[in-house]
Design a protein around this ligand. Structure first.
Ligand code: ADP
Ligand code: MG
Length: 369
């Protein structure tokens, strides 16, 4: 994997930067959480300071177009950002280069999600080199993440380096004192992580719908609780009786549905968390969006923050929960040296922690080293 340190001069280099600007957007196109954009800021600054000419390719799911977000991007990044509607407009943008440009939502352009090589080639044409700094899309086999590296000299940005190094530590750190906490909704993306950590963690604490799946598979009556349709298939191959796996011992039920872990489970989980040396957390313990069912997630978040362990957390809703409780800052390196890491990756983080090879990292030759 080539990194930026290997580029001798950036001055006047035309750079295609795959960034991650996939942020939640509320009413009137207001960006409600800028975490991912702010994680791109240091690299953009680095490139601008070295007088590189940068065009950013990124996608957004919460709205169709970046056009309405440009003024907010200007404020967040501290630079004017030019808007480029189509790939055909890139050469003209460079001819009259005034500063960092942002290409329209790349997922709206035909060929991106198909990893189309003709699309990737036409995207590559105006550029000297490509930098991928979008860890959160590395689990996607998309043209601006994968096929593009066939047409441009390619480099991993600092966020790719940071994410892969922190998450790789989570995989290889000694099992003793390593705790994995998995909650949330979609067991499809979470079961492979649980399976991969069964021999890598001291304890795996389950919550959310994932715990419902696990309990139902064990024959526990979960009443009308939400359960994945194919829960048995998803958990196949997992030793349900492993002493590593912990399910909640009590629940907060509402209308026959488990919607949060109960007070006893909160205490038991917090005790395990207190002894940890490393904690990896993805997925809320309950339906935390509703105040009545936020207690379990909050108790777990507070226990993690209060422990001396190195803390890693990721996932859109997990980070939203941390923000809601005002605890997101406690996971960051800014809370003190070596205290923790918030991943920008939801699906990408889970895929990495599952031990899968991510197409975007493969395209950067991460696995060849
Ligand atoms: P993340 O984005 O952090 O990976 P997920 O998207 O997997 O997390 O799951 C988050 C969602 O799971 C939240 O919307 C939350 O309300 C829901 N959830 C958690 N526990 C339950 C439960 N017991 N029943 C129904 N929904 C739940
Ligand atoms: Mg989510």
């Amino acid at each position: 994997m080539q990194t930026l340190r290997e580029i001798t001069t950036l001055k006047d280099k035309k750079i295609l930067l795959r960034a991650d600007f996939d942020v939640p957007v509320g009413k009137d196109f207001v960006i409600t959480d800028a975490f991912r954009i702010l994680k791109q800021k240091p690299l953009i600054e680095y490139l601008v300071e070295r007088e590189a000419k940068v065009v950013i390719a990124a996608h957004i799911s919460a709205t169709d177009s970046f056009a309405d977000l440009i003024p907010q991007l200007h404020i967040l990044l501290g630079y004017e950002v030019g808007f480029i509607k189509t790939i055909e407009d890139i050469p003209g943008y460079f001819e009259n280069y005034q500063g960092v440009g942002l290409l329209e939502n790349i997922r709206q352009l035909k060929g991106e999600t198909e990893n189309d090589e003709i699309f990737a080639k036409s995207l590559s044409e105006s550029f000297d080199l490509y930098i991928n700094n979008a860890f959160a899309v590395c689990h996607r086999q998309h043209a601006s993440v994968s096929a593009i590296t066939k047409f441009l000299v390619s480099y991993a940005g600092p966020l790719i380096e940071e994410e892969t190094s922190k998450l790789n530590n989570a995989l290889v750190a000694p099992k003793e004192g390593k705790i994995l906490i998995i909650g949330g909704a979609k067991a499809t993306t979470k079961a492979p992580v649980i399976k991969n950590f069964l021999d890598k963690a001291d304890k795996i604490l389950l919550g959310g719908v994932v715990a419902n799946d696990f309990l139902k598979a064990k024959g526990v009556d979960v009443k009308n609780s939400v359960v994945d349709n194919n829960y048995l298939e998803l958990l196949a191959g997992l030793d349900l009786n492993s002493s590593v796996l912990l399910a909640p011992s009590d629940f907060n039920f509402s209308e026959e549905k488990i919607l949060d872990i109960g007070p006893q489970a909160m205490t038991e989980y917090s005790k395990v968390i207190q002894t940890a040396k490393m904690i990896i957390w993805n997925g809320p313990m309950g339906m935390f969006e509703d105040e009545r069912f936020a207690g379990g997630t909050k108790a777990i978040a507070e226990a993690i923050v209060g422990s001396n362990a190195f803390k890693i957390a990721g996932g859109g809703d997990t980070i939203a929960a941390l923000n809601k409780f005002g605890l997101a800052g406690k996971f960051d390196a800014s809370a003190g040296p070596g205290t923790g890491f918030l991943s920008t990756g939801g699906g990408a983080m889970l895929s990495f922690l599952s031990g899968e090879e991510l197409p975007g990292l493969d395209a950067l030759e991460y696995y060849d080293n």
